[in-house]
Design a protein around this ligand. Structure first.
Ligand code: PLP
Length: 386
């Protein structure tokens, strides 16, 4: 299988797994105890905290471990909702469902600011939306298109008006250098499984001095911000993955991903007509390619790709199986027909150039085959034979 679905999740690196095994098998002591084994587990967690902080330019005491990106978003948004007055929250129209559904669940009015054709937040509309609003939730990079949002600018404009800023940085962390001091936001959420760590563990960055109301109450772990016995192995895994991602980015290795992604797109564009690379005009994560194939139903294409041994996804993983253009594509103004003909290919640092070029060749074959069966402009075909 050629795995090109890294925005959905990434494989655990062997170095991460090795460390996790140690803490799963031998390091089982509850880190809140007083005996030696407990103190060792505590020390491992604190090391992981420093590693995660290092990835985003934060201090260790600004990091709280959670169960992942969804919990991070829900915790911060619920807390901000409690702190703010009754005004609306400013968010973007392209947020992940964990932000959009969380805001809906709070019943708070939110102003969803649109994006341009490249998927970049409309800063003029954002500036207007800030008036009379209480706080801001804008993601750092989009999960479907990989388009990087102007977060430093978003924070600057919000801070000038005294608003709090939260960013879902789940897709950006480990893929692009993030420095919370430069970004200027108050809260950030991260998830380990997007940067070769384990699933079910994440972190919230809380700028020093900012209050955060917990989502979970209990034993008061994580300085009271997140009760529940810490999953030492998962947290250690996140720490190792964070440190490796930091090194990878510092060594300029994201360039390799960009070269692979560009070769993938160039091969497809050279081999096919009627192809649009969405978000190409904006700054994108080096690993993400969101492509519309005119005259191809995405669901059918996805099945063909799977049969050919390429794992990718239609729009975002959460939208797979639904014959509805994603809210992200609609916000970008991608015509419905093209939106329903789009696949997301997302690379990780474990992919090779050979794999990626092979995958592009298979995409060309699959699209040609589907276009022959379907005919450009004909409605979706439900069943495809190999
Ligand atoms: N935010 C974004 C942008 C994501 O892409 C995802 C996962 O797809 C999440 C949040 C949710 O993270 P988790 O799977 O750790 O709950």
């Amino acid at each position: 299988m050629i795995y090109l679905d890294a925005n959905s999740t990434t494989p655990i690196l062997p170095e991460v797994l090795e460390q996790m095994m140690r803490w799963m098998v031998d390091g089982y002591a509850n880190p809140n105890g007083v005996h030696r084994a407990a103190r060792e587990a505590r020390a491992a967690i604190e090391q992981a905290r420093a590693q995660v902080a290092g990835m985003i330019g934060a201090e260790a005491d600004e990091i709280v471990f959670t169960s992942g990106g969804t919990e991070g978003a829900n915790t911060v948004l619920r807390s901000l909702d409690g702190m703010a007055g009754h005004g609306p929250c400013v968010t973007s129209a392209i947020e992940h469902s964990c932000v959009l559904r969380s805001l809906e669940g709070l019943g708070r009015e939110s102003k969803q600011v649109g994006v341009d054709r490249n998927g970049v937040l409309d800063l003029s509309a954002y500036e207007l939306a800030l008036e009379g609003s209480e706080w801001v939730a804008v993601m750092a990079a989009n999960n479907e298109t990989g388009v990087i949002q102007p977060l430093a600018e978003v924070s600057r404009m919000a801070k000038e008006r005294g608003k709090w800023v939260y960013s879902d940085a789940v897709q950006a962390a480990g893929r692009v250098v993030l420095d919370v001091k430069e970004l200027g936001c108050d809260f950030l959420s991260l998830s380990a499984h997007k940067f070769h760590g384990p699933k079910g563990v994440g972190a919230i960055y809380i700028r020093r001095g900012m209050p955060l109301k917990p989502l979970l109450y209990g034993g008061g772990q994580e300085r009271g911000y997140r009760s529940g016995t810490e999953n030492t192995a998962a947290i250690v895994g996140m720490g190792v993955a964070a440190e490796m991602a930091t090194r990878y980015l510092a060594d300029g290795r994201a360039r390799e991903l960009e070269q692979m992604r560009d070769a993938f797109e160039q091969t497809i564009q050279a081999g096919l007509t009627g192809v649009v690379i969405n978000g190409k005009g904006g700054a994108r994560l080096a690993n993400t390619s969101h492509v519309s194939f005119e005259g191809c139903d995405a669901a059918g294409l996805l099945i063909l790709m799977d049969e050919m041994g390429v794992a990718c996804s239609a729009g975002s993983a959460c939208m797979t199986g639904k014959q509805k253009p994603s809210h992200v594509q609609m916000a970008m103004g991608i015509p419905e027909g093209m939106a329903k003909s789009s696949l997301r290919f997302s690379l990780s640092r474990l992919n090779t150039m050979d794999e990626v070029v092979d995958a592009a060749g298979l995409v060309i074959r699959a699209v040609e085959k589907l276009r022959r069966v379907q005919g450009v402009g004909v409605g979706p075909v439900v069943v495809y034979s190999p």
